[in-house]
Design a protein around this ligand. Structure first.
Ligand SMILES: Nc1ccn([C@@H]2O[C@H](COP(=O)(O)OP(=O)(O)OP(=O)(O)O)[C@@H](O)[C@H]2O)c(=O)n1
Ligand SMILES: C[C@](O)(CO)[C@H](O)COP(=O)(O)O
Length: 384
């Protein structure tokens, strides 16, 4: 397709992802079962016109990435993006001193790039020696000194950026000789008086930079519970002991509000219900505070890779009046689940003296909650 020139993709993936502030560099966060880097790399290995894919990764991820990405050449990166890409260019230069190779430089954290964009950049780079993917700027851009800029002349620059090896090598050598650090590869080529061709890429080709850029799975769950009122028991709702002449009957403290919430959370994660985790046949749970159980549910969710986003619980209770206790309930729930109190809602309603709750025979509660996937990943070399 491109005469005798090889096409090599260089995927820059040696950053630490400071702005993402996750427990691992963002390219190693798992989304839908695989790391962002695997998805990005697959976009290039799937192209029949790409002869080789190289990934530049943090030095301590080299071994793990060799296992994670079979068939991909893995090399250690440097301090800055420019150092990492230069490490790959130097290797390619040793293999092709003529510099005919077409080098496609791409960010390891742009997993949504399409094959059409990769193909278009490759073709233009082959034809003109330098081409970049970009999209038209949508916002108005104001320069601090020059005021509002003419938007029709502005692009948001993406990757891949494709270059003839001889050109990009010279551009990098010049930049390093002059101690110049830029924010992309095209910027270095432009310093040599070469203007790369712009290929209009796709709006979907974002660079995953901050948590907002992650597609995190969201799930909802509902819970419902009822307990009988009994004169010989204490009334505990949302972990608050409420002075009243009756309390709820049950194996634990029978905190019906917290039970409904736990079932909603477990349901959202498809982890069953509280009967499964805390059976009333076990003496371990006799008289236990349901707030302790709620803490356990929050940690079960976390082990599954989810966190609570918000919850809304309604207690259906004729008497006593609960308004004065609701703040304390929200505080208890927020503390046990590790979220801000602002995302926990507790409401109470009566049934106008109708039904078992209206007659004061029992209290019911229903809950709904939203949970979201927690960005997680690891060093593929050290994972079990
Ligand atoms: N020393 C570096 C720094 C960055 N990159 C790569 O360059 C791409 C774009 O960089 P950026 O989004 O800035 O990534 P990070 O440097 O990891 O992010 P941050 O600036 O938030 O730390 C990423 O795929 C990143 O892994 C690299 O290969 N080597
Ligand atoms: C190369 C790049 O992705 C083009 O948009 C961008 O410049 C990388 O910049 P960053 O500072 O490394 O995020």
């Amino acid at each position: 397709m491109y005469s005798n020139s090889r096409v090599v993709a260089v995927i820059g993936a040696a950053g630490s992802g400071k702005r993402m502030a996750a427990s691992v560099p963002k390219q190693f966060i798992k989304q839908q079962g695989r790391t962002i880097l695997e998805t990005t790399v697959s976009k290039f290995t799937d192209c029949d016109f790409v002869d080789e894919v190289m990934a530049v990764v943090p030095p301590d991820y080299v071994d793990g990435c060799r296992k994670l990405l079979p068939g991909v050449r893995i090399i250690p990166g440097g301090e800055e993006r420019q150092d990492s890409i230069f490490a790959a260019i130097r290797q390619l230069d040793r293999e092709d001193p003529e510099g005919d190779t077409i080098v496609l430089i791409h960010d390891g954290v742009r997993p949504f790039v399409t094959q059409d964009t990769i193909r278009a950049v490759t073709e233009k780079a082959f034809e003109k020696g330098a081409a970049i993917a970009a999209v038209h700027t949508k916002d108005t851009i104001r320069h601090i000194d020059e005021g509002t800029l003419d938007r029709s002349k502005l692009y948001n620059v993406q990757t891949p950026q494709g270059f003839r090896l001889s050109l990009i090598r010279e551009a990098y050598e010049k930049a390093f000789a002059e101690k110049y650090y830029g924010t992309d590869d095209a910027g270095l080529v432009e310093r040599m008086g070469v203007v790369p061709e712009v290929v209009i890429g796709g709006e979907e080709n974002i660079k995953i930079t901050t948590p907002r850029d992650l597609r995190r799975e969201m799930r909802v769950g509902t819970g419902y519970d009822v307990h009988r009122l009994d004169p010989g028991r204490k009334l505990v709702l949302g972990g608050v002991l409420i002075p009243w002449n009756k309390g709820l009957l049950g194996h634990s403290d029978a905190d019906v509000l917290t039970h409904a919430l736990m079932d909603a959370m477990l349901g959202a994660a498809a982890l069953g219900d509280i009967g499964k985790w805390f059976p009333d046949s076990s003496p371990k749970y006799e008289g236990i505070s349901s707030i302790i159980l709620l803490k356990k549910v929050a940690s079960l969710l976390n082990d599954e890779g989810y966190e609570l986003v918000n919850a809304d619980v309604t207690v259906i209770c004729q008497e006593p009046k609960l308004a004065g206790y609701i703040q304390a309930m929200r505080e208890n729930i927020a503390k046990a689940t590790g979220v801000d109190m602002a995302v926990i809602s507790v409401k109470a309603t009566t049934t106008e003296k109708l039904g078992f709750t209206g007659r004061g025979e029992g209290i019911a509660a229903e809950a709904i909650c939203l949970i979201r996937e927690v960005p997680k990943g690891g060093n593929p070399g050290t994972e079990a």
